[in-house]
Ligand binder design. Sequence first.
Ligand code: HEM
Length: 154
Amino acid sequence: MVFSEKQEALVKESWEVMKQNIPEFSLRFFTLILEIAPAAKSMFSFLKDTDEIPQSNPKLKSHAVKVFKMTCESAIQLREKGEVVVSETTLKYLGSIHLQKGVIDPHFEVVKEALLRIVREAVGGKWNEEMKGAWGEAYDQLAMAIKAEMMKAH
Ligand code: HEM
């Protein structure tokens, strides 16, 4: 797996832009996830009993930020080491929480689509195929590590 400095830079740059407005992008991220997969609503503790997406729920923000931040870290590791290295403890935790919440493979595709759309909206004119590929690859590798851990936890 070859991940170039350019790809790493594209991911980092766009994450820097998104970091400026975490409340807004978190909300937009979940709005998109539910638009693409309405049934995902019941899995999230902060969504299941409400008709509207809560405006400033710390758990919602936390999940949105973790997905983006970990994907960004995954890009850095892919460039430095050629693979995604998540600590054993973190992976175990990620594996068990997603398994317990009923997350299945297709959900990872939904989140990927929402993630790519958010990046595209955030960077505007800077969006291009290379940036899409870099985020996509970094996310896929991270998702693969989590899914592998979910299989082990089964
Ligand atoms: C919880 C990360 C993908 C659904 C969590 C937590 C983390 C995390 C760190 C623990 C709670 C927190 O700190 O916010 C990630 C990462 C992902 C990913 C890095 C992808 C690379 C997904 C997908 C789904 C999902 C695809 C399903 C659509 C959930 C749910 C919880 C959770 C339902 C429990 C949240 C709650 O109800 O409070 N995730 N996640 N995650 N994740 Fe993910």
